[in-house]
Write a protein that binds this ligand. Structure first.
Ligand code: SAM
Length: 290
């Protein structure tokens, strides 16, 4: 059964009396090459554990299971669980968990699989992400310190471009700094909207995120770093002097002192700052807050 074929998807929908849910971001892949590019981009090896977010009817799950030692797929829609039991019946190395990824302890899953001797290689997170919660999913994985070697996920092209962009570009924002603090980012593929059913309004892209071996800057207070990023980009047209005022109760004079100590002009805007400069500001603000 070729799960990616639109005719198969239709047949499954009819057989299981299933209607796709728009609110759960159910846009299914109908192109074999896209599946291959995710599996290859994720560099899945035969000893690896794959954690898939949002398996849908299991099209990517099956491809990953052919390449990996074990696949754990996390799907929130309970209507898909009997369908997955049907479509993935030929595989004995897949486990489906009916859960919301935002409420899932991914490290616990990894630890359980390791203790059970189900894999001895790397941990790869993959998925064609539900677009309505792409950013919360990515940030949750990073901020919760998931012990994985890579995250290879499809998302809206616009979000992928934002995550990947650097200082001085229009797309550069809080999500770029936050993700790039934890990871190196590379694009695996651009994916046109025509390859999904139903067809979304926008194109997609697959990104590969690899955990950095060491952070680009040491932080004295991680949450203050993120508060500075959010404040800076929240009012991105304002100068740093204005956008940073109020962060952790800092007055204009406090911000001025921090920026001067960091040798950053008060008139600059957040979109011009590197990760290291944000870190420097956050560290000096942390010293001032003591
Ligand atoms: N992997 C399939 C494919 O590529 O054809 C489906 C991808 S579809 C874009 C997103 C999937 O994520 C859907 O199956 C949807 O039900 C599931 N999903 C949505 N919200 C979720 C959540 N909070 N936790 C886990 N899965 C979720």
């Amino acid at each position: 059964m070729e799960l990616y074929l639109p005719s198969t998807i239709n047949e499954i929908k009819q057989r299981h009396n299933f209607e796709l849910s728009k609110s759960l971001g159910q846009n299914f892949i109908t192109d074999r090459h896209v599946l291959e590019s995710i599996v290859e981009g994720a560099e899945i090896g035969e000893k690896d554990l794959v954690i898939e977010i949002g398996p849908g009817i299991g099209v990517l799950t099956a491809e990953a299971a052919k390449a990996a030692a074990k696949v754990v797929a996390i799907e929130v829609d309970k209507r898909l669980i009997p369908i997955l039991a049907d479509t993935l019946a030929d595989y004995d190395n897949i486990e489906v968990i009916n859960q919301d990824i935002l409420k899932t302890d991914v490290n616990e899953i990894i630890q359980k699989a390791r203790e059970a001797g189900e894999f001895s290689g790397a941990v790869r997170i993959i998925g064609n992400l539900p677009y309505y919660i792409t950013t919360p999913i990515v940030m949750k994985l990073l901020e919760s310190g998931v012990e994985c070697d890579s995250i290879t996920v499809m998302m809206q092209k616009e979000v992928a471009d934002r995550i990947k962009s650097g200082p001085g570009t229009k797309a550069y924002g809080a999500i770029s700094v936050a993700v790039q603090y934890y990871c190196t980012v590379s694009k695996v593929a651009d994916v046109p909207k025509e390859v999904f059913v139903p067809r979304p309004k926008v194109d997609s892209a697959v990104l590969n995120l690899k955990a950095r071996k060491s952070a680009p800057a040491e932080l004295k207070d991680m949450s203050l770093f993120f508060e500075c990023i959010k404040a800076g980009f929240g009012k991105r047209r304002k100068t740093l002097l204005n956008s940073m005022t109020g962060v952790r109760g800092m007055t204009k004079d406090d911000v001025k002192e921090v920026l001067e100590a960091a040798q950053i002009e008060c008139s600059r805007r957040a979109e011009t700052l590197s990760i290291e400069e944000f870190a420097n500001i956050a560290n000096l603000a942390a010293d001032q807050n003591k």
